[in-house]
Design a protein around this ligand. Sequence first.
Ligand SMILES: *[C@@H]1O[C@H](CO)[C@@H](O)[C@H](O)[C@H]1NC(C)=O
Ligand SMILES: *[C@@H]1O[C@H](CO)[C@@H](O)[C@H](O)[C@H]1NC(C)=O
Ligand SMILES: *[C@@H]1O[C@H](CO)[C@@H](O)[C@H](O)[C@H]1NC(C)=O
Ligand SMILES: *[C@@H]1O[C@H](CO)[C@@H](O)[C@H](O)[C@H]1NC(C)=O
Ligand SMILES: *[C@@H]1O[C@H](CO)[C@@H](O)[C@H](O)[C@H]1NC(C)=O
Length: 349
Amino acid sequence: MHLNSFHLFLFLTSGIVCQYDYEGYYPFESDYGYAHSMLEPSTAVCAPECNCPITYPTAMYCDNLKLKSFPIIPSGIKYLYLRNNMIEGIDNNAFDNVTNLEWLILDHNYLENSKIKGNIFSKLKNLKKLHINYNNLTEVVGPLPSSLDDLQLTNNKISKISPSTLEGLVNLTVIHLQHNQLSEDGLSGVFKGLNSLLYLDLSFNKLSKLPSGLPPNILMLYFDNNQITNIPDEYFKKFQALQYLRLSHNKLTDSGIPGNVFNISTLIELDLSYNQLKSIPTVNEHLENYYLQVNQINKFVVSSFCKVVGVLAYSRITHLRLDANNLTRADLPQEMYNCLRMAADISLE
Ligand SMILES: *[C@@H]1O[C@H](CO)[C@@H](O)[C@H](O)[C@H]1NC(C)=O
Ligand SMILES: *[C@@H]1O[C@H](CO)[C@@H](O)[C@H](O)[C@H]1NC(C)=O
Ligand SMILES: *[C@@H]1O[C@H](CO)[C@@H](O)[C@H](O)[C@H]1NC(C)=O
Ligand SMILES: *[C@@H]1O[C@H](CO)[C@@H](O)[C@H](O)[C@H]1NC(C)=O
Ligand SMILES: *[C@@H]1O[C@H](CO)[C@@H](O)[C@H](O)[C@H]1NC(C)=O
C-alpha cells in the first residue's frame, strides 16, 4: 500500500528514484536521461579505467573499480559516477576540468569530511544532483552551489548540519538524510528558506522532537524510526501542501498528540504505526490512507474520522490498518459504516 502511493509520486515527478523500504535504500539510477544529451557532441576523452557510453557521451562511469582516488576527469563530462569504490577524499582541484558538472554520484565510498578539501562543490555552478550515500561523513558537506536540486547523504554518520550549510539553496527539492545520527539539536533552523523543498527524509535518525523551521510548501515528510514522543500543538498548521507524513516506529503516546494536530486538510497518507497509542488520533475527512497497526488502541470512536456525518460529510479513508491493536470487530460501532463509506479495507488482525 505504501508503494502504490509512492509510485504515483514517482510518476508525477520523474527523476526522484527511491522506494519505501525499511531494509535499506539504494538509489539506482535507472533514468539516465539519454534524451537530453544525445545531440551534444562529446569533447571527452574517457579516463582509461572508466566507461563513457557512445550513446551518452557526457557521462563517465567509474563504478566498482576499487579506486582510492579520483580518475582524470576530462572536460565535457556532466554526469560522473564513481559508485562503489574506496575513495576517502577529494582534492581541491578534482573538478577543475569539469566546472559544468551536473550530477556527481559517489555512493558506497569511504569519504570523510576532513578529507574533502576546499570549496569544491560550490565551484560547480551547474551541479544538480549530489549523492554521497553510504560513506563515512559525520557532517553535511558544503558549501553547496545554489543550483542543487537533489541532495542525498543517507547511511553516513552525520550528527550535525551547520546552520548555514543549506542556506540559499533555492532550488533544492529533495533531501535524503535517512540512516544517520541526527538529533534535533543538530538541525535547528537548517531547513529555513528552502522554498522549493518538496521531500525531506529524516527517518532512522535520533530525533526526539520534530525539527523547527521547516519550509511550508513541503509535500512529503518522513520521520519514521526515531524517538519522537510528542508533537507540538499547531506544528502542522503552517504547512500548506503536506500530503504524506510518516511517523511510524516512534514513541508517540496519546498524551503527546494534541487534539487536532493531525487534522491536516491536505494530507493523503498518515503513518502512525508502531507507536504506543491507545486511541485513534483525529484526522481530516480528506485523509485516504491511515496506518495505525501495532499500537495499543482499545477503542474506536467515529469522531476521530467524522465530526459530523451526512450526504457530503464523510471520511475519504480507503485503507485503514488497525491490526495488532487491542480491537476486535465487535469494538467497531455500527455508525462508523456511514462515516467510513469509502473504505476498501479495514484490517484488524
Ligand atoms: C584535466 O584534463 C587534462 C587533459 O586531459 C588532464 O591532463 C588533467 O589531469 C585533468 N585534470 C584533472 C584534475 O582531472
Ligand atoms: C567507514 O565506514 C565503514 C562502515 O561503517 C567502516 O567499516 C570503515 O572502517 C570506515 N572507514 C573509515 C576510514 O573510517
Ligand atoms: C533554479 O532553477 C531555475 C529553473 O530551472 C533556474 O532558471 C534558476 O537559474 C535556478 N537557480 C539557481 C540559483 O540555480
Ligand atoms: C478538522 O478540522 C476542520 C477545520 O477546522 C473541521 O471542520 C473538521 O470537523 C475537523 N475534522 C474532525 C474529524 O474533527
Ligand atoms: C484490551 O481491552 C480490554 C477492554 O476492551 C481490556 O479489558 C484489556 O485489559 C485490554 N488489554 C490490553 C493489553 O490493553
